[in-house]
Design a protein around this ligand. Structure first.
Ligand code: AMP
Length: 317
Protein backbone atom coordinates (compact mmCIF):
# COMPACT_ATOMS: atom_id res chain seq x y z
CA UNK A 1 0.00 0.00 0.00
CA UNK A 2 0.93 3.61 -0.33
CA UNK A 3 1.87 4.54 3.23
CA UNK A 4 5.59 5.18 3.49
CA UNK A 5 6.23 4.83 -0.24
CA UNK A 6 7.65 7.68 -2.29
CA UNK A 7 4.97 10.32 -2.80
CA UNK A 8 3.23 9.85 -6.09
CA UNK A 9 1.03 12.84 -6.71
CA UNK A 10 0.94 16.51 -5.89
CA UNK A 11 -1.57 17.66 -3.34
CA UNK A 12 -2.20 21.32 -2.53
CA UNK A 13 -4.02 22.48 0.60
CA UNK A 14 -5.20 25.98 1.38
CA UNK A 15 -6.49 26.80 4.83
CA UNK A 16 -5.61 28.25 8.18
CA UNK A 17 -2.11 28.02 9.56
CA UNK A 18 -2.52 28.90 13.20
CA UNK A 19 -1.50 29.15 16.77
CA UNK A 20 -4.11 27.45 18.92
CA UNK A 21 -4.85 27.75 22.62
CA UNK A 22 -6.75 24.65 23.67
CA UNK A 23 -8.17 23.52 26.98
CA UNK A 24 -9.58 20.04 27.48
CA UNK A 25 -10.38 18.05 30.65
CA UNK A 26 -6.91 16.51 30.27
CA UNK A 27 -4.85 19.67 30.22
CA UNK A 28 -4.19 22.72 28.16
CA UNK A 29 -1.78 24.32 25.74
CA UNK A 30 -1.50 28.09 25.59
CA UNK A 31 0.03 28.36 22.17
CA UNK A 32 0.67 25.46 19.86
CA UNK A 33 0.92 24.93 16.15
CA UNK A 34 -2.49 24.33 14.60
CA UNK A 35 -4.74 25.37 11.78
CA UNK A 36 -6.83 23.34 9.39
CA UNK A 37 -4.18 23.32 6.63
CA UNK A 38 -1.48 22.18 9.07
CA UNK A 39 -3.47 19.24 10.45
CA UNK A 40 -4.47 18.23 6.94
CA UNK A 41 -0.94 18.51 5.54
CA UNK A 42 0.67 16.43 8.28
CA UNK A 43 -1.85 13.62 7.79
CA UNK A 44 -1.69 13.69 3.99
CA UNK A 45 2.12 13.78 4.01
CA UNK A 46 2.18 10.01 4.62
CA UNK A 47 0.72 9.47 1.14
CA UNK A 48 1.53 12.32 -1.21
CA UNK A 49 3.71 15.36 -1.83
CA UNK A 50 1.86 18.14 -0.04
CA UNK A 51 2.12 21.90 -0.52
CA UNK A 52 0.58 24.21 2.04
CA UNK A 53 -0.86 27.54 0.90
CA UNK A 54 -1.72 30.21 3.44
CA UNK A 55 -0.42 33.29 5.23
CA UNK A 56 1.53 33.53 8.48
CA UNK A 57 2.86 36.48 10.45
CA UNK A 58 6.41 37.09 11.50
CA UNK A 59 5.60 35.39 14.80
CA UNK A 60 5.61 32.09 12.88
CA UNK A 61 9.05 30.77 13.59
CA UNK A 62 11.57 28.21 12.40
CA UNK A 63 10.26 25.64 14.90
CA UNK A 64 6.81 25.78 13.28
CA UNK A 65 8.17 25.48 9.74
CA UNK A 66 10.31 22.58 10.91
CA UNK A 67 7.28 20.53 12.01
CA UNK A 68 5.98 20.67 8.46
CA UNK A 69 9.35 20.19 6.76
CA UNK A 70 10.19 17.17 8.88
CA UNK A 71 7.14 15.44 7.43
CA UNK A 72 8.27 16.39 3.94
CA UNK A 73 5.60 19.06 3.50
CA UNK A 74 6.54 21.76 1.00
CA UNK A 75 6.25 25.20 2.65
CA UNK A 76 7.28 27.37 -0.32
CA UNK A 77 3.70 28.62 -0.77
CA UNK A 78 3.36 29.79 2.81
CA UNK A 79 3.22 33.56 2.57
CA UNK A 80 5.02 35.36 5.38
CA UNK A 81 3.62 38.80 6.11
CA UNK A 82 6.17 41.03 7.82
CA UNK A 83 4.63 42.84 10.78
CA UNK A 84 1.57 40.58 10.63
CA UNK A 85 0.21 38.18 13.20
CA UNK A 86 -0.53 34.52 12.54
CA UNK A 87 -4.17 33.39 12.78
CA UNK A 88 -5.03 32.59 16.40
CA UNK A 89 -7.82 30.39 17.70
CA UNK A 90 -8.72 29.50 21.28
CA UNK A 91 -11.17 26.80 22.24
CA UNK A 92 -12.33 24.84 25.23
CA UNK A 93 -13.82 21.34 25.19
CA UNK A 94 -16.53 20.12 27.53
CA UNK A 95 -16.08 17.09 29.70
CA UNK A 96 -17.18 14.47 27.12
CA UNK A 97 -15.10 16.16 24.36
CA UNK A 98 -18.07 16.06 21.98
CA UNK A 99 -18.64 19.78 22.07
CA UNK A 100 -16.45 22.82 22.36
CA UNK A 101 -16.71 26.57 22.71
CA UNK A 102 -14.67 28.92 20.61
CA UNK A 103 -13.24 31.46 23.05
CA UNK A 104 -11.32 33.62 20.63
CA UNK A 105 -10.63 33.95 16.90
CA UNK A 106 -8.09 36.49 15.70
CA UNK A 107 -7.84 36.50 11.92
CA UNK A 108 -4.54 38.40 11.85
CA UNK A 109 -2.93 37.99 8.41
CA UNK A 110 -6.01 36.12 7.17
CA UNK A 111 -8.01 39.35 7.15
CA UNK A 112 -6.24 40.52 3.96
CA UNK A 113 -5.29 37.17 2.49
CA UNK A 114 -5.20 37.15 -1.30
CA UNK A 115 -4.17 33.65 -2.36
CA UNK A 116 -1.23 33.51 -4.77
CA UNK A 117 -0.14 30.06 -5.80
CA UNK A 118 3.13 28.99 -7.37
CA UNK A 119 2.81 27.10 -10.68
CA UNK A 120 3.62 23.87 -8.83
CA UNK A 121 0.85 24.45 -6.32
CA UNK A 122 -1.60 25.35 -9.08
CA UNK A 123 -0.71 22.22 -11.05
CA UNK A 124 -1.62 19.79 -8.27
CA UNK A 125 -3.84 16.85 -9.18
CA UNK A 126 -5.50 16.95 -5.81
CA UNK A 127 -6.68 20.01 -3.90
CA UNK A 128 -8.09 20.48 -0.43
CA UNK A 129 -9.96 23.66 0.41
CA UNK A 130 -9.73 23.52 4.18
CA UNK A 131 -11.94 25.57 6.41
CA UNK A 132 -11.65 29.23 5.32
CA UNK A 133 -13.97 31.86 3.91
CA UNK A 134 -15.85 30.22 0.98
CA UNK A 135 -15.04 33.01 -1.52
CA UNK A 136 -11.35 32.38 -0.85
CA UNK A 137 -11.95 28.68 -1.39
CA UNK A 138 -13.55 29.45 -4.75
CA UNK A 139 -10.67 31.66 -5.81
CA UNK A 140 -8.16 28.92 -5.09
CA UNK A 141 -10.37 26.37 -6.87
CA UNK A 142 -10.37 28.60 -9.95
CA UNK A 143 -6.57 28.90 -9.85
CA UNK A 144 -6.09 25.12 -9.72
CA UNK A 145 -7.60 24.28 -13.07
CA UNK A 146 -5.94 20.87 -13.34
CA UNK A 147 -7.08 19.52 -10.01
CA UNK A 148 -9.04 16.34 -10.58
CA UNK A 149 -9.87 15.49 -6.97
CA UNK A 150 -11.04 18.47 -4.97
CA UNK A 151 -12.24 18.36 -1.37
CA UNK A 152 -13.81 21.05 0.81
CA UNK A 153 -14.42 21.52 4.51
CA UNK A 154 -16.40 24.28 6.18
CA UNK A 155 -17.92 25.27 9.51
CA UNK A 156 -20.93 26.89 11.17
CA UNK A 157 -19.36 30.37 10.96
CA UNK A 158 -19.46 30.32 7.14
CA UNK A 159 -22.90 28.69 7.01
CA UNK A 160 -24.15 31.63 9.04
CA UNK A 161 -22.21 34.43 7.36
CA UNK A 162 -21.51 33.30 3.78
CA UNK A 163 -24.08 30.62 2.95
CA UNK A 164 -24.55 31.51 -0.73
CA UNK A 165 -20.82 31.55 -1.39
CA UNK A 166 -20.48 28.21 0.39
CA UNK A 167 -23.21 26.64 -1.77
CA UNK A 168 -21.36 27.82 -4.88
CA UNK A 169 -18.08 26.48 -3.52
CA UNK A 170 -19.66 23.08 -2.82
CA UNK A 171 -20.93 22.89 -6.40
CA UNK A 172 -17.33 23.19 -7.63
CA UNK A 173 -15.78 20.31 -5.66
CA UNK A 174 -15.80 16.50 -5.65
CA UNK A 175 -15.80 15.75 -1.92
CA UNK A 176 -17.49 17.60 0.90
CA UNK A 177 -16.31 16.94 4.46
CA UNK A 178 -18.61 18.38 7.10
CA UNK A 179 -19.85 17.23 10.46
CA UNK A 180 -23.43 16.09 10.68
CA UNK A 181 -24.63 19.14 12.62
CA UNK A 182 -23.16 21.40 9.91
CA UNK A 183 -24.87 19.42 7.13
CA UNK A 184 -28.18 19.80 8.94
CA UNK A 185 -27.57 23.50 9.52
CA UNK A 186 -26.58 24.10 5.90
CA UNK A 187 -29.66 22.41 4.46
CA UNK A 188 -32.14 23.20 7.21
CA UNK A 189 -32.97 19.51 7.03
CA UNK A 190 -33.07 17.63 10.37
CA UNK A 191 -32.63 14.20 8.79
CA UNK A 192 -28.95 13.51 8.04
CA UNK A 193 -29.58 11.20 5.07
CA UNK A 194 -31.84 13.72 3.35
CA UNK A 195 -29.45 16.46 4.23
CA UNK A 196 -26.51 14.62 2.62
CA UNK A 197 -28.64 13.92 -0.46
CA UNK A 198 -29.43 17.62 -0.77
CA UNK A 199 -25.75 18.47 -0.66
CA UNK A 200 -24.98 15.76 -3.23
CA UNK A 201 -27.57 17.31 -5.50
CA UNK A 202 -25.42 20.46 -5.61
CA UNK A 203 -22.79 18.54 -7.56
CA UNK A 204 -20.10 16.77 -5.49
CA UNK A 205 -19.53 13.08 -6.07
CA UNK A 206 -19.42 12.25 -2.36
CA UNK A 207 -20.34 13.76 0.98
CA UNK A 208 -18.54 12.67 4.13
CA UNK A 209 -20.50 13.31 7.31
CA UNK A 210 -18.08 13.42 10.23
CA UNK A 211 -19.62 12.27 13.49
CA UNK A 212 -16.85 12.71 16.04
CA UNK A 213 -16.52 9.77 18.39
CA UNK A 214 -19.22 7.93 16.41
CA UNK A 215 -17.15 7.82 13.23
CA UNK A 216 -17.97 8.97 9.74
CA UNK A 217 -20.48 8.21 7.00
CA UNK A 218 -19.98 8.36 3.24
CA UNK A 219 -22.85 9.29 0.93
CA UNK A 220 -22.55 8.90 -2.83
CA UNK A 221 -25.27 8.96 -5.49
CA UNK A 222 -24.96 5.17 -5.67
CA UNK A 223 -24.52 4.16 -2.08
CA UNK A 224 -23.70 4.51 1.56
CA UNK A 225 -20.83 3.41 3.78
CA UNK A 226 -20.03 4.11 7.41
CA UNK A 227 -17.22 3.42 9.84
CA UNK A 228 -17.06 3.77 13.60
CA UNK A 229 -14.28 5.82 15.10
CA UNK A 230 -11.34 3.81 16.38
CA UNK A 231 -12.23 2.87 19.98
CA UNK A 232 -9.64 4.86 21.92
CA UNK A 233 -9.62 4.71 25.71
CA UNK A 234 -7.88 8.04 25.94
CA UNK A 235 -8.80 11.01 23.80
CA UNK A 236 -6.82 14.07 24.81
CA UNK A 237 -7.59 16.78 22.22
CA UNK A 238 -10.02 16.44 19.28
CA UNK A 239 -8.75 19.64 17.60
CA UNK A 240 -7.92 18.96 13.98
CA UNK A 241 -9.52 15.51 13.86
CA UNK A 242 -11.65 16.51 10.88
CA UNK A 243 -8.69 17.90 8.96
CA UNK A 244 -6.60 14.81 9.70
CA UNK A 245 -9.49 12.70 8.46
CA UNK A 246 -9.59 14.65 5.21
CA UNK A 247 -5.77 14.39 4.97
CA UNK A 248 -5.83 10.60 5.22
CA UNK A 249 -8.79 10.37 2.84
CA UNK A 250 -7.54 12.67 0.07
CA UNK A 251 -3.89 11.73 0.59
CA UNK A 252 -4.75 8.10 -0.07
CA UNK A 253 -6.76 8.99 -3.18
CA UNK A 254 -3.95 11.24 -4.45
CA UNK A 255 -1.47 8.37 -4.07
CA UNK A 256 -3.53 6.14 -6.38
CA UNK A 257 -2.36 8.15 -9.39
CA UNK A 258 -3.91 10.30 -12.05
CA UNK A 259 -5.42 7.44 -14.03
CA UNK A 260 -7.07 5.67 -11.13
CA UNK A 261 -10.84 5.48 -11.32
CA UNK A 262 -12.24 6.46 -7.96
CA UNK A 263 -14.58 3.55 -7.31
CA UNK A 264 -16.52 2.43 -4.25
CA UNK A 265 -13.69 0.22 -2.99
CA UNK A 266 -11.21 3.05 -3.19
CA UNK A 267 -13.58 5.40 -1.39
CA UNK A 268 -14.07 2.88 1.41
CA UNK A 269 -10.33 2.54 1.83
CA UNK A 270 -10.04 6.34 1.82
CA UNK A 271 -12.63 6.45 4.62
CA UNK A 272 -10.52 3.99 6.58
CA UNK A 273 -7.29 5.94 6.15
CA UNK A 274 -9.18 9.07 7.15
CA UNK A 275 -10.42 7.36 10.31
CA UNK A 276 -6.94 6.02 11.10
CA UNK A 277 -5.26 9.43 10.81
CA UNK A 278 -8.01 11.16 12.82
CA UNK A 279 -7.70 8.58 15.58
CA UNK A 280 -3.98 9.23 16.00
CA UNK A 281 -4.48 12.99 15.91
CA UNK A 282 -6.76 13.01 18.97
CA UNK A 283 -4.45 10.93 21.16
CA UNK A 284 -2.40 13.97 22.13
CA UNK A 285 -2.56 17.77 21.93
CA UNK A 286 -2.46 19.50 18.57
CA UNK A 287 0.04 17.99 16.13
CA UNK A 288 2.07 16.21 18.83
CA UNK A 289 1.04 12.63 18.03
CA UNK A 290 1.04 12.88 14.23
CA UNK A 291 4.51 14.46 14.27
CA UNK A 292 6.02 11.18 15.45
CA UNK A 293 3.58 8.82 13.75
CA UNK A 294 5.07 6.10 11.53
CA UNK A 295 3.77 4.41 8.37
CA UNK A 296 3.93 1.09 10.23
CA UNK A 297 1.56 2.39 12.90
CA UNK A 298 -0.84 3.57 10.18
CA UNK A 299 -0.77 0.18 8.46
CA UNK A 300 -1.32 -1.66 11.73
CA UNK A 301 -4.36 0.44 12.67
CA UNK A 302 -5.74 0.09 9.13
CA UNK A 303 -5.68 -3.71 9.59
CA UNK A 304 -7.35 -3.36 12.99
CA UNK A 305 -10.15 -1.43 11.30
CA UNK A 306 -10.54 -4.28 8.84
CA UNK A 307 -11.12 -6.89 11.53
CA UNK A 308 -13.11 -4.51 13.72
CA UNK A 309 -15.66 -3.73 11.04
CA UNK A 310 -16.13 -7.13 9.40
CA UNK A 311 -19.35 -8.86 10.42
CA UNK A 312 -18.27 -12.16 8.85
CA UNK A 313 -16.59 -14.63 11.22
CA UNK A 314 -12.92 -13.77 11.71
CA UNK A 315 -10.42 -16.56 12.29
CA UNK A 316 -8.42 -14.85 14.96
CA UNK A 317 -9.99 -11.88 16.61
P1 AMP B 1 -11.27 21.14 13.56
O1 AMP B 1 -11.03 20.61 14.95
O2 AMP B 1 -11.19 20.07 12.52
O3 AMP B 1 -12.52 21.96 13.48
O4 AMP B 1 -10.08 22.13 13.20
C1 AMP B 1 -9.44 22.88 14.17
C2 AMP B 1 -8.49 23.86 13.55
O5 AMP B 1 -9.22 24.84 12.80
C3 AMP B 1 -7.73 24.59 14.62
O6 AMP B 1 -6.36 24.19 14.59
C4 AMP B 1 -7.95 26.09 14.32
O7 AMP B 1 -6.75 26.80 14.23
C5 AMP B 1 -8.69 26.10 13.00
N1 AMP B 1 -9.80 27.07 12.99
C6 AMP B 1 -10.66 27.37 13.99
N2 AMP B 1 -11.54 28.34 13.61
C7 AMP B 1 -11.23 28.66 12.32
C8 AMP B 1 -11.75 29.61 11.35
N3 AMP B 1 -12.77 30.43 11.63
N4 AMP B 1 -11.17 29.65 10.13
C9 AMP B 1 -10.14 28.82 9.85
N5 AMP B 1 -9.61 27.94 10.70
C10 AMP B 1 -10.13 27.84 11.94
Amino acid sequence: MAVGFPPAMGLTVVGSIAFDAVKTPFGERERMLGGSAVHFALAASFFAEVRVVGPVGDDFGEAEYAVLRERGVNVDDIERVEGGKTFFWAGEYHWDLNSRDTLDTQLGVFADFDPKLSPAAQGAETLFLANIQPDLQRRVRALCGEARLVGLDSMNLWIETAREALLHAIAEVDFVFMNDAELRQLTGQPNLVRSAREVLALGPRAVVAKQGEYGAALFTPEGFFALPAYPLETVVDPTGAGDSFAGGFLGYLAAQGADAQVDERMLRRAMTYGSVLASFNVEEFGTERVQRLTPEEIDARFEEFRSMTSFEAVESA
